[in-house]
Design a protein around this ligand. Structure first.
Ligand SMILES: O=c1ccn([C@@H]2O[C@H](COP(=O)(O)OP(=O)(O)O[C@H]3O[C@H](CO)[C@@H](O)[C@H](O)[C@H]3O)[C@@H](O)[C@H]2O)c(=O)[nH]1
Length: 476
């Protein structure tokens, strides 16, 4: 645990003798969680605040932590501090998966976070934590009497589920199974659209989800990577107490744009150079995020569908060539001759591409996506139609937003049940072709794009939310 002396002074930190807010960020692991933190920290750094980032190692891997260092090295007011988890005797938890072990290690180590914060107080005036750690971090913040906010990396609709779920459980008969969840003022989330672990109340994930859901009400603010025009209903219901009475202020600050050099885009040049040669609105972009599993069989059906659609395509296959231990190359998975047959009109890559740039490129006409929330907000910002194919987690909840906002289409019967579900290439090809030719779909998505641009512009809803958040930070 490192506590830079420069942060321990407690002296007023501007010439007028006023104490500027000093925000400590506690992000969680995985690029899906880290990217919105990078982006929010980048956006906040243009305001008059000091920033520290506590990376909880090894919850955040050393490689991921290095990204923070690289990204923010030129920002004098941003520092990163490592917080190491206490070692855990894994043999005491036979059969526990890495998630359970990490969670247990965090639970046991979190009391060390107190002295770490105490070491840099009174400079730290607020904490912004990932939602997965809020039940640990908020009580510490309350103990030492500083603000604690949650930066939520999924959608407002998911936040309404998270905060309402404990109430849903209190209301339902003890023995009854988890059913559809009717979130007051927002929408009914079908049982099949809930994050699957929630169906088992004995799962650690579920216990944690409930604990965090309850704790959020006790925090000082909820920051969400969304904007008012994308989720007007959920945001209004969260704010006016319809979902859960007495929630703290909700700041919709999205969409959060990426920072320069955020990730090394290995295929950027090739992918963007290839896109530049394609006609406007002719390319389907296919990507399922960082870690969504798609079987080899399904990958071959997607290939058939793309081929049958007759459309051009850019397919990021890197992270979807799972089974984790399978080292088969793209060519082996796709089957003989596919790459040759689509040569010139299709590009398949395993490398990291700059997705935000790809989505904004005029050659791209459709995004076939697992509807991870970052992908949805990036498509919204680009005004690009999205064909949602949820794989798990919060994806189906995000898909409801894709539909309600007009951003795109969700083929609900393609739902993933974690087993041998297979959507035929024929069906994929048909819907892709249909959406690519549909001017109304394109127009609706473009409208969402216009709203996204307005939201973050000076005077827009997200811009105002950011200013409100900074004002809240100043109420020290
Ligand atoms: O080659 C690549 C691959 C990914 N990305 C970026 O990586 C992010 C991927 O995020 P997302 O679309 O949200 O997918 P996941 O990585 O699956 O995200 C996790 O985090 C999301 C936000 O909470 C959740 O919605 C998902 O369920 C969860 O799996 C996006 O910003 C992409 O632009 C790239 O830029 N290039």
């Amino acid at each position: 645990m490192a506590t830079p002396a420069a942060l321990s002074s407690g002296e007023p930190n501007d010439a007028a003798g006023r104490t500027r807010p000093h925000v400590m960020f506690v992000p969680s692991a995985g690029m899906g969680h880290l990217l919105p933190f990078f982006r929010f920290i980048g956006a906040l750094s243009s305001h008059d605040v000091d920033i520290s980032i506590v990376t909880v190692l090894p919850t955040v891997s050393a490689a991921e932590a290095e990204h923070f260092d690289g990204l923010f090295k030129d920002f004098p007011t941003i520092r990163r501090i490592d917080f190491h988890l206490l070692p855990l005797d894994a043999s005491a938890f036979p059969g526990a998966d890495p998630f359970v072990l990490r969670w247990e290690a965090l639970r046991r180590s979190v009391h060390l976070l107190g002295p770490l914060i105490a070491g840099i107080i009174p400079r730290v005036t607020a904490i912004v934590t990932d939602v997965t750690m809020v039940s640990h971090v908020n009580p510490i913040a309350k103990e030492i009497d500083i603000q604690c906010h949650v930066l939520f990396i999924s959608c407002a609709t998911m936040m309404s589920l998270l905060t309402y779920f404990p109430i849903y459980l209190d209301k339902k008969e003890a023995q009854a199974d988890i059913g559809d969840v009717d979130i007051p003022g927002v929408r009914r989330i079908a049982r099949t659209s809930l994050p699957q672990p929630l169906l088992d109340l004995n799962k650690l994930f579920t216990k944690q989800f409930i604990e965090n859901g309850r704790e959020i009400a006790k925090t000082d603010g909820i920051l969400i990577n969304t904007f008012d025009a994308l989720e007007p209903v959920a945001l209004a219901a969260l704010r006016d107490g319809t979902v859960v009475p007495g929630l703290p202020p909700v700041f919709a600050v999205g969409h959060l744009s990426s920072l320069a050099g955020e990730m090394k885009a290995e295929a950027e040049d090739t992918a963007l150079a290839w896109l530049r040669q394609q006609p406007a609105h002719s390319v389907v972009y296919v990507a399922f995020g960082n870690r969504s599993a798609v079987s080899h069989e399904q990958i071959r059906e997607i290939a058939k569908g793309l081929e049958a659609s007759g459309c051009r395509f850019l397919w990021v296959l890197k992270t979807t060539v799972v089974d984790r231990d399978d080292v088969a190359g793209v060519r082996d998975v796709l089957g003989d001759g596919f790459l040759e047959r689509v040569h010139g009109r299709g590009m398949v890559t395993k490398a990291w591409v700059n997705q935000e740039e790809v989505l904004k490129h005029p050659a791209v006409g459709l995004f076939l996506s697992h509807s991870g929330w970052n992908s949805v907000t990036e498509a919204a910002a680009a005004g690009l139609p999205l064909l949602a194919w949820p794989r798990g987690g919060d994806h189906r909840v995000a898909a409801t937003v894709v539909v309600s906002s007009g951003l795109g289409v969700w083929m609900e019967h393609w739902s993933w049940d974690g087993e041998d579900w297979l959507v035929s290439g024929e069906e994929i090809g048909e819907i892709v072709k249909e959406m690519m030719a549909d001017a109304a779909v394109r127009e609706r998505a473009a409208k969402v794009g216009d709203e996204a641009t307005k939201a973050v512009a000076v005077g827009g809803t997200s811009h105002k939310s950011m200013l409100d958040f900074v004002a809240k930070l100043n109420t020290i």
